[in-house]
Design a binder for this molecule. Structure first.
Ligand SMILES: NC(=O)C1=CN([C@@H]2O[C@H](COP(=O)(O)OP(=O)(O)OC[C@H]3O[C@@H](n4cnc5c(N)ncnc54)[C@H](O)[C@@H]3O)[C@@H](O)[C@H]2O)[C@H](O)CC1
Ligand SMILES: [K+]
Length: 508
């Protein structure tokens, strides 16, 4: 489940070839056979006439190996060279010579006539992890024609045109039906917009002894990024350590909601119940409480003295801090609104409690407005911040599109700098721990971009903290379960558009 950058992949390849001694041609043979096997599985539905687009590097060489294995399986394979085959070097030249000896049908793009109607499917062996910037001339034209052909495209390693590390798209970019990721998923396959060009992503081993070298691989290569898939979410790495239970089912305190946004508090608190906490106390401005009674009888509703308007403005912080006794986690922010002095108010909460803390929504904006946030006490206790891209832009003082450009590195940097666990929401939510581990979520759908969805996540994460999860476990598991619940809710509807946050709570 590790997710790697192009550079990490090159280091692993190099170590496998140079230190362990598995020749590159062996890895390449395994790569090409794996891609061929995926295509052979598709051939009955798609058809048996495949066009293999071959670039000048090892991605293209993989394509030549794929062609050979397809032909052995009785699938027609025709090679299209983007460059003069004579110019190929190294392992690509070796594969070229083998293909020539086997008289594999080959043509030169731009010189021979290529009629896409003669084929059922396309293999993208143009650009892999060696790609830099936008596909140039011949590659660009070939990518545009392949996309326009309407034929299913199987991309080798990554769709040509995406940035393997950030998921940025350099137009034109192959829109793949399926991407066969070699050995590990590349980061760009898990971050939009690259993720939407990848189609179905399958990881195929190519002979790199990952399993055997697990300890070695993590230590030597400092591989810190993992895809949050079912296997990982269910694994011991994210299951609560048995002794963490301490026999408590956990009691969460939620400080949330104001007259304008009382629903946010209800969603966050109810999600905390659904997340498995035994008890959930929702602290809300006093004037609001009478209107909230009975909505969710399982909740403990506690008024915090306010200005009589049902807002947090003028509430007594002592009232809130008194409630902390006997709780195992505190969620602050959903639907709280803003008021004069709110940043100082939050700093006092942040510094005076040692409870595991979830900071969401308006509480994040309070931090974004704090002139001296780096001077706040560096909390050793679990502290999880859950911004959406807009809130992250304010926190990091960057334009939102800059936040989205390289979500993984930005999240990792901010988390390490401030000693917090950071959850950057959005398609493929990124969780980074304060010591540099990153989890990229693969559950969830566009229907979850709906009011209150973030409140549900904050309550759920608080609930997991209260039940003994570490910050990393609570953030990663919370994000995974939140998205999985959203997927279950979406599956029950004709379209994701009608999804509302309460549906996610119901599916938890
Ligand atoms: N041992 C290994 O490393 C293995 C690698 N595998 C496959 O190899 C590719 C990576 O191959 P590499 O030769 O490094 O580069 P590419 O084939 O991805 O790049 C092609 C080539 O094209 C030129 N180029 C780069 N950017 C552009 C651009 N924007 N437009 C046009 N041309 C461009 C540049 O000269 C490159 O050299 C990896 O993805 C795997 O598919 C094996 O699978 C396993 C062993
Ligand atoms: K490719």
């Amino acid at each position: 489940m590790h997710v790697v950058t192009a550079e990490e992949m090159r280091r692993i390849d190099f170590d496998t070839i140079q230190r362990i001694g598995i020749p590159a041609l062996v890895l390449m043979e395994n790569a090409g056979r794996a891609v061929a096997e995926e295509i052979i599985g598709m051939a009955p539905q798609v058809g048996r006439r495949w066009l293999i687009l071959v670039g000048k590097g090892n991605n293209g060489a993989d394509g030549l190996v794929t062609a050979r294995h397809l032909l052995e399986a009785g699938v027609e394979a025709t090679v299209v060279y983007t460059v003069d085959p004579a110019s190929l070097t190294g392992d690509a030249a070796v594969q070229r010579d083998i293909a020539a000896k086997l008289q594999i049908q080959a043509m030169r793009y731009g010189i021979d006539t290529l009629d896409w109607r003669d084929y059922d499917g396309v293999v993208d062996g143009l650009l892999g992890t060696g790609s830099k910037g936008a596909p140039r001339h011949v590659y660009a034209k070939l990518i545009e024609q392949a996309n326009a052909s309407g034929l299913p495209i199987v991309a080798i390693d990554i769709p040509s045109g995406i940035n393997a590390d950030t998921g940025e798209i350099n137009q034109p970019c192959i829109r793949a039906t399926k991407t066969v990721a070699l050995a590990f998923k590349k980061r760009g396959l898990l971050q939009f917009p690259g993720a939407e060009c990848a189609g179905e992503v399958v990881v195929r081993p190519i002979g790199i002894p990952v399993g055997l070298a697990d300890e070695h691989e993590v230590t030597t290569f400092e591989l810190n990024d993992k895809a949050l898939e079912r296997k990982l979410a269910a694994s011991s790495a994210l299951r609560r350590a048995p002794d963490a239970h301490k026999g408590t089912a956990g009691h969460v305190l939620v400080a949330a909601g104001c007259r304008a946004y009382s629903g946010a508090g209800l969603l966050a608190s109810t999600a905390a119940l659904r997340g498995g906490s035994g008890l959930v106390t929702w602290a809300a401005p006093a004037a609001l409480v009478p209107t909230l009674v009975g909505h969710q009888p399982e909740l403990i509703l506690v008024p915090v003295s306010d200005n009589g308007q049902g807002d947090w403005d003028g509430t007594s912080i002592q009232d809130l801090l008194k409630l902390i006794t006997g709780k195992q986690a505190l969620v602050v922010g959903p639907g709280m609104g803003r008021w004069n002095g709110d940043t100082e108010w939050l700093r006092e909460v942040w510094e005076s409690t040692t409870l595991p803390l979830v900071i969401d929504a308006d509480a994040l904006n309070m931090i974004a407005d704090a002139p001296d946030f780096p001077e706040w006490r560096r909390r050793e206790e679990a502290t999880i911040m859950t911004p959406h891209p807009g809130e992250m832009a304010r926190l990091a003082k960057l334009p939102t599109k800059e936040v989205q450009r390289d979500r993984i590195e930005l999240t990792r940097r901010y988390a390490a700098e401030h000693g917090v666990t950071l959850v950057l929401k959005g398609a493929r939510t990124v969780c980074a721990t304060s010591h540099g581990e990153v989890y990229i979520n693969v559950t969830g759908n566009a229907g979850m971009a709906t009011g209150g969805s973030g409140d549900v996540l904050a309550g759920l994460i608080g609930s997991l903290l209260a039940q003994g999860c570490s910050a990393a476990q609570a953030a990663a598991l919370g994000v995974y379960l939140h998205g999985a619940a959203g997927d279950r809710a979406a599956a029950k509807r004709p379209s994701t558009r009608s999804l509302i946050a309460g549906d996610i709570v119901d599916e938890l």
